[in-house]
Design a protein around this ligand. Structure first.
Ligand code: ZN
Length: 111
């Protein structure tokens, strides 16, 4: 997904992933789960379409996502959930900060 490109469609809902703050792939990159050189080979998704991860983004600007089923955070260990919320929310806010600043996520270490 890149702002100047097109054709990065969400593999879940089929819609275009238009903004970096909607990109599950970029979120995974910020979280250190995907290497930059792998980004082009990975299927793109909206963050909200990956409920298993999206449920951990806790921010007034991010509509809450529920993940019913086995990975529902309400069924998981509270300590683990708190850590994931801190980790994923921090990464998402980093994407927001990069988007507002207009730079590249690759030049912006997670702070
Ligand atoms: Zn989607």
């Amino acid at each position: 997904m890149a702002r100047c490109d097109q054709g990065y469609l969400c593999e879940v809902c089929g819609g275009e992933v238009e903004e970096i703050v909607d990109s599950d792939l970029y979120l995974a990159f910020v979280l250190g789960e995907v290497r930059a050189e792998w980004l082009l080979d990975k299927p793109e998704r909206h963050i909200r379409c990956n409920a298993e991860r999206a449920q951990y983004v806790i921010d007034p600007e991010f509509p809450p996502v529920e993940c019913p089923g086995f990975f529902d955070k309400r069924l998981l260990d509270a300590g683990y959930v708190a850590e994931e919320e801190a980790r994923v929310t921090r990464a998402w806010r980093h994407l927001v900060a990069v988007a507002r600043r207009g730079g590249s996520v690759f030049d912006s270490p997670l702070i």
